[in-house]
Design a protein around this ligand. Structure first.
Ligand SMILES: *Cc1c(COP(=O)(O)O)cnc(C)c1O
Length: 431
């Protein structure tokens, strides 16, 4: 399996090169040269398989022999060593809980898989690789936890001082060792700008082996297909496959679901659940793709004005608007609606949503109101405790902390303060 750049100027590369490079030299996203078809037997026998067997079957064609099967099996086992429960909420709505990993958000699967692939690929390098990443919150923690103590890899995370939640800050600043947290006196956009400058600095790249760990990396994107197969495995009504509803920001997760569907995963329909950042809902309603400046909302991991993975979705559908529209719908949910969904679902069904999951629940409910014979699954992408400052005042109760959070609450924050100035970042990296 080779990967081509969606900008079509760079050479095709293997999974190994695509993972190490992150983005193609022509700045395009990498895309697999064909989408593998899963066997009918695999789908019809899915209930008899373990989640590790499912994951291997799905990912192996994409890895294309760049990682030997014994090693890949080990990587998979470590990537998904927690639960992915499917919980029924109403008659027709189910929650796929993706927050049981170490940093309580779905990004753990992609970050754990990518970090172990990178660790494997660089094991015989004489020069360590530096993973440089800017975060608005969730990515940093997942990447820090995923790469923690991976040999031959140093991680440098930039985050905007005072603009991530306290749980998120502890998750990215308390590990130490090969993980460094740079606390930037500025915004997320400043952090991202500094990281971009580092990647294009020829002098710096001669001295350091730099790569990124954001969601455009194929090794973070592709393993997200697992969720949809795990959900389908638990779906009882095989004659009526589920509608999948995915809280979306950069559209990596839903793009993985659509890719899985293209490979043979049964699904009735897909819904991209968005907050006030509604480039895609508008595109699907009027055919115009108009990137916007990101708007801040309660579901902040989805505050993206120009979703990077949307080009991959278009590629899956051969850029055919009508084929895409048949499979994908999208809704935009306001903060007010998000809050009332959290309150209502908790009082009616005793199920606590986080703000991202609430956008998912409500989008799915709207769709099912118009399609009453169908049933659906929304992906609950984060644990509500990560957003306790939003959730607690709505339900008027304290949320109890999971053990993984309790243990870091007493750890010491270790960060290096920087101004939003590329020169300072460069000095730090070269020291
Ligand atoms: C990152 C994130 C999203 C958005 O996922 P994309 O793949 O960027 O669309 C949704 N919810 C949570 C909690 C996240 O951390």
């Amino acid at each position: 399996m080779l990967y081509y750049s969606l900008n079509h100027q760079s050479q095709k590369v293997s999974f190994k090169e695509a993972t190490i490079l992150g983005q193609a030299p022509d700045k395009g996203l990498y895309f697999p040269e064909f989408i593998p078809a899963l066997s009918k037997d695999f789908i019809s026998n899915i209930s008899s398989l373990t989640k590790e067997e499912i994951a291997i079957e799905v990912i192996q064609p994409y890895v294309g022999g760049t990682i030997p099967i014994e090693q890949l099996t080990k990587i998979i086992a470590e990537t998904i060593n927690f639960d992915f429960p499917l919980v029924q909420i109403t008659d027709n709505i189910f929650s796929l809980e993706l927050f049981h990993g170490p940093t309580l958000a779905f990004k753990d699967v992609g970050a754990r898989f990518m970090s172990r692939c990178v660790g494997y690929f660089v094991q015989n390098n004489n020069k360590p690789i530096t993973v440089l990443v800017a975060t608005s919150g969730d990515t940093g923690g997942a990447v820090a936890s995923g790469f923690y103590n991976v040999d031959g890899v140093n991680v440098v995370i930039l985050y905007p001082s005072g603009k991530v939640s306290s749980v998120q800050e502890l998750q990215l600043t308390t590990l130490g060792n090969n993980i460094a947290a740079l606390e930037v006196n500025g915004t997320f956009d400043d952090c991202q700008q500094m990281v971009k400058e580092a990647f294009t600095d020829i002098d710096l790249n001669k001295k350091l082996f730099l790569t990124s760990a954001n969601s455009i990396n194929v090794a973070r994107w592709l393993p997200q297909q697992f969720y949809y197969f795990f959900a389908y495995q638990k779906w009882i009504d095989r004659n009526n496959p589920p509608v999948f509803c995915v809280p979306s920001g950069n559209f990596g997760n839903i793009c993985a679901g659509l890719l899985a569907h293209h490979s043979g995963l049964p699904a009735e329909h897909f819904i991209a659940a968005c907050n006030a950042n509604k480039v895609v809902p508008e595109y699907l309603s009027n055919g115009h793709y108009q990137p916007q400046k990101a708007i801040s909302t309660l579901s902040n991991a989805m505050d993206v004005g120009n979703p990077s993975n949307f080009v991959r979705i278009l590629e899956i559908f051969d850029k055919k608007f009508n084929s895409l529209k048949k499979v994908l719908s999208s809704y935009s949910i306001s903060d007010e609606e998000t809050k009332s969904a959290i309150g209502e679902v908790y009082s009616k069904y005793r199920y606590l949503l986080d703000p991202h999951g609430a956008v998912g629940f409500l989008s799915l409910q709207k769709y099912l109101d118009d399609h009453p014979s169908q049933k659906g699954i929304f992906l609950e992408t984060a644990h509500p405790v990560k957003f306790y400052d939003v959730v607690e005042p709505i339900i008027n109760e304290k949320i109890s902390l999971p053990d993984s959070v309790k243990s870091i609450m007493n750890s010491k924050k270790q960060s290096i303060k920087l101004n939003a100035d590329y020169g300072q970042l460069k000095n730090y990296l070269l020291q």
